[in-house]
Design a protein around this ligand. Sequence first.
Ligand SMILES: Cc1cc2nc3c(=O)[nH]c(=O)nc-3n(C[C@H](O)[C@H](O)[C@H](O)COP(=O)(O)O)c2cc1C
Length: 194
Amino acid sequence: MKYNLSEITEVIKNRRTIYPQHYSSRVIHKEIIEHLLQNATWAPTHGMTQPWRFKIYTGESRNALAESLSSLYKKLTPEDQFREDKLLKIQARPFQSSAAIVVYMKRGDNPKIPEIEEISSVACAVQNICLTATAYGIGSFWSTPKVIYAPEMNEILKIRDQDKCMGIIYLGYPNEDWPKGQRKPIEYVTEWYD
Ligand SMILES: Cc1cc2nc3c(=O)[nH]c(=O)nc-3n(C[C@H](O)[C@H](O)[C@H](O)COP(=O)(O)O)c2cc1C
């Protein structure tokens, strides 16, 4: 065996969504965030387009993120769907987290690479972030409030129309026990052809 498979499997199985309200105030060092991003960039990428892009919000800059997300929620949510509790969550999450990473897909100019493959590649990069965070004992939450897909979000992020925000990865050290997960057995999701 080339690598320690039981450890890798543990990391994969123990990656859990941990919500920011369950993070402590412990700060994640910049070097660790850089490591998460370095590992992100080793995701597979068709045509080597490397479409992942990251905007990191820590410290005071979390204000701007909270303000952008909450103002978009207020602006774009139809009255009959508006929920005050959701707005409060959107406002609070950046501050409950030590760091928030806005992840977007920068559409490459190679027309042979379909958009879904660029999106898939960025999703793999996100998984690398979350797995590496798990190995550090850091909780992560891939958040995708509806507003991130609106053209207004691209304006706020100063990204082009063809680029796509793929979410906000909130990060923090959990202040309680690491949660347990569960999955369907592979028999449920697999058909073998021998
Ligand atoms: C693309 C993507 C977007 C997600 N967006 C949200 C979200 O907006 N809100 C949320 O509560 N969870 C979100 N999640 C996390 C899922 O709820 C979570 O992965 C699922 O409950 C399984 O739990 P686990 O991550 O601990 O295995 C998202 C997950 C993915 C892959």
